[in-house]
Design a protein around this ligand. Structure first.
Ligand SMILES: [Zn+2]
Length: 327
């Protein structure tokens, strides 16, 4: 087991999925289809979400999206960390899952703040060497490296509970606040510590050693009397489709400003919600749309089809998964 080091970004869109990505998805489906795992797609010539310039590795067919149902399921977390820990053998250079990202630039998980929180799918990127492996060789490799581990229930290790690096987490002498949180399987990220600090009355938290020491003392003491509230997901983490459904149901009033404030989301996310509400897909089921795609009613190529259907990336991924499922 070893962590992959290095990262090669996408240069330009190619023609389709690589054999390595197809093999990895095939392995994933063989292992997880019964749990709710789906193929959410490989090839897609587009920029990284939230960016207009950087080409996504999906454009080179080197990235695949392994959809996890139900959202945030534990098996997704376990798989994400197993892939990270065996990334050198697998030739994986990046994994994004559940608001965390790991890439070959560093060893541990970091907080992911991209537009899509990746609670519904695992995004996995392959090195070129791994992408060029045959489908059969890739399936065999993934099974050899991960097959026994994913079947072993004792291997569960939550993402984010990995060892803190000393530079990122100042010592508090006799165990850091990060260690304390990790030992209790609680989120120890900087963002989570900042929330806790606010709850315990530590103002202007910036992660200094003194603040961490104070926070640890308060956590150990249970002050201020009440337990910290469970961390609520931010409204932005609500799925676009879910928000669109609520808007359609009239739960967020009328007028775009009113709705956006009621949803508590940025203008960019609201634009996605609006597109979903107005989409031609309103009222059309995923199954209906998949049937139309198979019948050729929405042309060729994913970009053209998504545009023709008028659906969000997330919805199109579902349509695509359904098309692939029937294929
Ligand atoms: Zn992806």
């Amino acid at each position: 087991m070893a962590i992959y080091s290095g990262y090669v970004g996408a240069k330009t869109c190619t023609q389709g999925p690589t054999t390595g990505a197809r093999g990895a998805i095939a392995w994933f489906l063989a292992k997880y289809a019964d749990d709710g795992g789906l193929n959410a797609g490989i090839y897609n010539c587009r920029p990284i979400r939230g960016s207009t310039r950087t080409t996504s590795l999906h454009g080179e067919g080197r990235a695949f999206d392994a959809a996890i149902r139900p959202y945030s399921a534990a098996y997704g977390t376990k798989l994400a960390d197993l892939i990270r820990r065996h990334s050198a053998e697998l030739g994986v250079q990046c994994v994004i899952w559940n608001r965390r990202i790991w890439s070959g630039y560093y060893d541990e998980w970091r907080t992911y703040t991209g537009v899509n929180p990746h609670v519904d799918h695992l995004h996995v990127e392959l090195s070129w060497a791994a992408a060029n492996r045959s489908v059969a060789d890739t399936v065999a490799l993934w099974e050899k490296v991960l097959g026994d581990l994913v079947d072993d229930d004792t291997e569960v290790k939550p993402v984010g509970s990995t060892k803190p690096s000393t530079s990122a987490t100042p010592s508090t002498g006799g165990g850091s606040v990060v260690d304390w949180l990790n030992a209790r399987k609680r989120d120890s990220s900087y963002a989570a510590r900042a929330r806790l600090a606010a709850q315990y009355g530590i103002k202007g938290y910036s992660g200094t050693a003194a603040q961490n020491t104070a926070l640890l003392a308060k956590l150990k003491g249970g002050a201020p009397a009440e337990k910290p509230a469970p961390v609520k997901p931010k409204p932005a983490a609500k799925f676009v489709a879910q928000m669109a459904a609520e808007v359609r149901a009239g739960k967020h009033g009328n007028g775009h400003d009113v709705r956006r404030k009621s949803l508590g989301i940025s203008a960019a996310v609201y634009a996605q919600v609006r597109a979903a509400v107005n989409g031609k897909a309103a009222g059309k089921s995923i199954a209906d749309m998949a049937t139309e795609v198979i019948q050729g009613k929405h042309g060729n190529g994913h970009a053209a089809r998504q545009k023709s259907l008028g659906v969000t990336n997330a919805t199109y991924a579902k349509v695509r998964a359904e098309v692939n499922r029937r294929a």
